[in-house]
Design a protein. Structure first.
Length: 105
């Protein structure tokens, strides 16, 4: 903690306001260095994204094969059609029951 006090005492206080304060406090240099760091990071990220398909192609023989989204088999297709029919029957029963319950007697 004493190191921070020593550094703070080494920097002379500045009474300048506006751009003069920025220039005296080395704000321009800090801004340029910060922009260079961000730009470098963005360049590295874009290079990584550009190289990713080639890296994945190179690693393809070593990676395990997953189960991709394949077309449904005939049994799955039949099941989907049956589910649609059951859903339609359920809708009709629901609407008819609502009509019966809403009738004034």
């Amino acid at each position: 903690m004493e190191v921070f006090f020593v550094i703070a005492q080494a920097v002379p206080p500045s009474n300048a306001d506006g751009w003069a304060g920025v220039v005296e406090g080395r704000g321009i240099e800090l801004t340029i260095v910060g922009m260079a760091i961000v730009f470098s990071a963005l360049v590295i990220i874009s290079l990584f994204i550009a190289a990713l398909p080639k890296v994945l192609e190179w690693l393809d023989p070593y990676l395990p094969k997953g189960h991709g989204p394949d077309a449904p088999t005939r049994d799955e297709q039949t099941t989907l059609e049956e589910e649609k029919v059951v859903a339609a029957i359920g809708l009709v029963l629901h609407t008819e029951l609502q009509k019966v319950l809403q009738k004034p007697d």
